[in-house]
Design a protein around this ligand. Structure first.
Ligand code: DGJ
Length: 435
């Protein structure tokens, strides 16, 4: 690979530095406001966690690592350029934010099953709310073909009765069920962090996502519903049919609930399929203070046990109460150990990642600290975790979102190599790299 084509990127660096400096100053002000807000709220252990993360965040490096973020070639090359715009094979910006990448069996144009990389994520062309769920496929992880918005948000209740697409997808639904579909996935709803699993037993593809909205009790907070939505299809390319949304397992008797007034909240989430085929949902609960891992049923369409009957340590566990972690991504390393990366909770702003690891999924999770090393490790190289996956050659890859809160559709993807040594994961910045 020649570096000649990058020469023209040297001058734009000045612009990048200026933009970044401006963004840091703006973010620092937001941070101070947030810190003051937390202090006024009283210093619970959870807000102390947050203040510490904010402090780390504010002291983050100012070196410019991101020389390549104005580079426009990603999507045509045979290498990654983290932070640069990434276009699909039609030349459009890839819309798979808060997403997940995995190798999966999918039907080809003849209906034969073939192995492809599948990237599912939020189509942020609609902005913050009402995101459709998009799917892309690739054979090499560099070039991605758009396979469609496979779960569609709904503009109006009437659309479900009159639009041929929705009439087909929701054929057989009662009026009451259609009302519910509209209530949950309308274009004002939060539809975030979609993840897909293929269920070998049923042959179905199942998408889980963070589904949220205002409530009457809290009409100014878009994250008050706090549920996981579930949709299902016969094909990874849809159409996916919304099934329902759920509150999930909650703090058991005898443990200290960090948010007892709202049980079973599920916000940022991820899915994980273990090597024995057992599915799990990982989610942020207790007002973003505590992560949970809950086992799914055999079909992956709900929990294995209803939250009211779920047995702690058998059906689910709580992780790091009060630590305020979100954006979880869970993987099983080649050493058989489980690795869970997450971010702190600072909205669209980046913060410090933390990795935990464990021998068993419901066992003792050890805090391995920040897996990122080098400049800007304190802000996860200006990204927020969304997926950890293994490429065909055994290369582990961290996928993060570099959110652009003002223009969410132009948020960037930060994919970096992960190395594992002695049960510890390390993520390092790369301007460009190949797997
Ligand atoms: C952080 C979450 O991780 C994102 O998915 C999104 O919900 C933003 N917060 C919204 O501020």
């Amino acid at each position: 690979m020649t570096n000649m084509r990058y020469q023209k990127e040297t001058d734009p660096m000045i612009k990048i530095n200026a933009t970044k400096g401006h963004r840091h100053a703006k973010n620092a002000l937001l941070c101070l406001g947030l810190a003051a807000g937390l202090a006024l709220n009283g210093c619970s252990s959870s807000s102390l966690y947050s203040l510490r993360d904010l402090w780390e965040w504010m002291g983050r490096g100012t070196e410019t690592l991101y020389h390549m973020q104005d580079y426009e070639g990603q999507g045509q090359d045979n290498f990654f350029t983290p932070g640069a715009r990434w276009r699909d094979t039609d030349g459009n910006l890839i819309q798979a934010h808060g997403g997940q990448v995995q190798q999966m069996l999918v039907p080809d144009e003849n209906g034969d099953m073939v192995t492809r990389y599948v990237w599912v994520g939020e189509d942020k062309n609609s902005g913050h709310l009402g995101n459709c769920v998009a799917v892309y496929t690739s054979e090499d992880l560099y070039h991605w073909e758009f396979r469609g918005d496979v779960l569609r948000s709904v503009k109006s209740r009437e659309e479900l009765d009159t639009d041929p697409y929705f009439q087909t997808v929701y054929a057989g639904y009662t009026d009451e069920q259609l009302d519910h579909v509209f209530e949950c996935i309308n274009t004002e709803a939060v539809i975030e962090r979609p993840k897909m699993l293929h269920n070998e037993k049923t042959g179905k593809y199942v998408i889980w996502f963070h589904n949220d909205n205002l409530t009457e009790a809290n009409p100014s907070y878009k994250y008050d519903v706090g549920m996981s939505g579930v949709a299902i299809s016969d094909s990874p390319f849809g159409p996916f049919r919304f099934v329902d949304r759920y509150r999930l397992s909650h703090c058991p008797e005898g443990q200290i609930d960090c948010y007892p007034t709202s049980k079973g909240e599920a916000r940022d989430m991820n899915l994980f399929k273990d090597t024995d085929g057992t599915g799990y949902v990982v989610y942020t609960s207790e007002n973003n203070k505590t992560l949970y891992i809950s086992k799914l049923n055999e079909e992956y369409t709900y929990l294995c046990t209803d939250p009211e009957k779920a047995v702690y340590g058998v059906d689910y566990i709580r992780l790091f109460p009060g630590a305020m972690r979100e954006a979880p991504a869970l993987a099983k390393g080649d050493d058989g150990r489980y690795y869970l990366i997450s971010s702190s909770t600072t909205g669209w702003m980046s913060n410090q990642a933390r990795m935990w690891s464990a021998d068993t999924i419901f066992g003792n999770w050890q805090n391995d600290g920040n897996p990122c090393v080098g400049a800007d490790a304190g802000i996860t190289f200006d990204s927020q975790s969304t997926c950890l996956f293994r490429a065909e050659n055994g290369q582990w890859i961290y996928c993060g979102d570099r959110w652009n809160g003002d223009e969410l559709y132009d948020s960037r993807y930060i994919w970096l190599p992960v190395t594992f040594e002695d049960g510890r994961a390390t993520i390092q910045w790369k301007e460009t790299w190949e797997w």
